[in-house]
Ligand binder design. Structure first.
Ligand SMILES: [Zn+2]
Length: 440
């Protein structure tokens, strides 16, 4: 007892002295490396997510957004492939590069000759959600978080796929989440809430999207049949009448590529690669396999009549890995996304008439790359950490990168608002003559 209290006194004394010296040196020489830890006076918060300096600031949102002045595109693209990695910031790409092969590794994104930054805030928040951000990409208008295809006053806005379809372009939507999820849904539906999946799925099958691929069979089946629909409608039965329904990846591989029927592929009950449904994984395609199918399908139909195609393909679960603070999950999903990016790039390089754009809707998790221990710049041991919450993180307001290759790519450089991306995509296409009925 005596020894303990003696030691306790000794340690308290040492800590106090260290503290005083640390505070003095820290204040005197605030930029001196190694002393910051001593001048951070709240030891109780070390090793928790609160162990960081922050300033809470109420940001003014009064300024009116000005649309970016675009370069007039002389040589138009026939096709656009838009790849959205949900939740992917610069930190994610850097982390992925390091994990794949170290600092000198180059990934598919590094092939792109044009790049820029996208500002992602929504109409009612500095930190966007996927619904508002994808609506900005699909309509050129800001909306409130959670809203799809409507403006902030809930007025209908024509989206990109609806607009270009009038000029003879074919549309495809692909996602590794359920297809009713916010990002794909923003390119096809108009609803006040992203959680209204009963309505979103209905609008998907009533739309002019020629190829829809992803997960989410549950959202097409009523609860009575094991699905998630509250309206009791068996939409899967309707789909079988109006579309070619695919449920396994071998049906993508063995597709005959004839006729002009709309195709919908629902390869999982919920999202793809669901850890609660591991046995289904072998029947599920990768993002690259779905993109490959959508390109082939678009070319097959285009050959006869239409002007070109638009494909939006989303790597949905990069965001979920960021929310879950799970690095292995993140790397797996980035790899799946990268394969699709490489495929799109290779296709565009060969074709020379396709614009490929790769971006994200927002950053998720505040992914950071640090040395193993503070200010140790001599180590190759790197600490990757998600910095928005322990166990479950959130989106951040950091800008996201955008990459482009092909005709019309010149507008995807510098700083863009997410609404500018919509106009830059329109500028890349030839929208002179309406040709609504290219399929008839
Ligand atoms: Zn998210």
């Amino acid at each position: 007892m005596k020894i303990i209290s003696k030691n306790l006194f000794k340690y308290t004394f040492v800590i106090l002295i260290s503290f005083c010296i640390g505070s003095f040196i820290g204040n005197k020489f605030p930029n001196l490396p190694g002393f910051n830890i001593f001048s951070n006076n709240d030891l109780s918060k070390i090793n928790s997510i609160f162990d960081k300096d922050f300033s809470l600031v109420n940001i003014s949102t009064q300024k009116v957004l000005k649309q970016k002045k675009l370069i007039e595109v002389k040589r138009k693209a026939n096709n656009i492939i838009l790849l959205i990695a949900d939740g992917m910031g610069i930190g994610h790409i850097s982390t992925y590069r390091l994990l794949r092969g170290g600092p000198n590794e180059r990934v598919a994104l590094d092939l792109f000759p044009v790049s820029g930054f996208v500002l992602t805030h929504s109409s009612n928040a500095i930190i966007t959600d996927s619904a508002a951000s994808a609506t900005a990409y699909s309509t050129g208008k800001k909306t409130n978080n959670g809203v799809l295809g409507l403006d902030k006053d809930h007025e209908f806005i024509e989206n990109f796929t609806e607009k270009i379809q009038k000029y003879g372009f074919l549309n495809s939507l692909i996602s590794t989440s359920d297809i009713t999820h916010a990002t794909p849904a923003a390119f096809v539906s108009h609803v006040e809430s992203r959680s209204n999946t009963d309505e979103i799925s209905k609008q998907i099958i009533e739309s002019n999207i020629m190829t829809v691929l992803g997960g989410g069979r549950h959202f097409f089946l009523p609860q009575e049949l094991g699905g998630k629909r509250k309206d009791k409608i068996n939409l899967l039965e309707q789909v079988k009448r109006s579309h070619v329904l695919l449920t396994e990846k071998n049906e993508l591989e063995n597709f005959s590529f004839q006729g002009q029927d709309k195709v919908i592929g629902l390869f999982a009950g919920k999202h793809l690669r669901d850890i609660e449904d591991i046995k289904n994984h072998k029947f599920e395609p990768s993002l690259g396999e779905m993109l490959d199918f959508a390109i082939k399908r678009s070319l097959q139909i285009n050959k006869d009549s239409c002007k070109g195609f638009f494909i939006m393909a989303e790597g949905s679960q990069i965001d979920w890995a960021g929310h879950a603070n799970n690095l292995n999950y993140f790397e797996r999903e980035m790899h799946d996304f990268e394969e699709a990016v490489q495929l799109a790039f290779d296709y565009a390089k060969e074709d020379q008439n396709t614009l490929v754009i790769v971006t994200a809707d927002h950053e998720t998790g505040g992914l950071l790359i640090e040395p193993e221990s503070l200010n140790d710049y001599l180590t190759s041991k790197v600490k990757f950490s998600f910095n928005t919450g322990i166990g479950y993180g959130s989106h951040t307001g950091s800008p996201v990168p955008i990459y482009a290759y092909g005709p019309g790519s010149e507008n995807f450089t510098g700083t863009l608002d997410n609404t500018d991306v919509f106009y830059a995509m329109l500028e890349a296409l030839n929208l002179e003559n309406e040709d609504e009925n290219c399929l008839e």
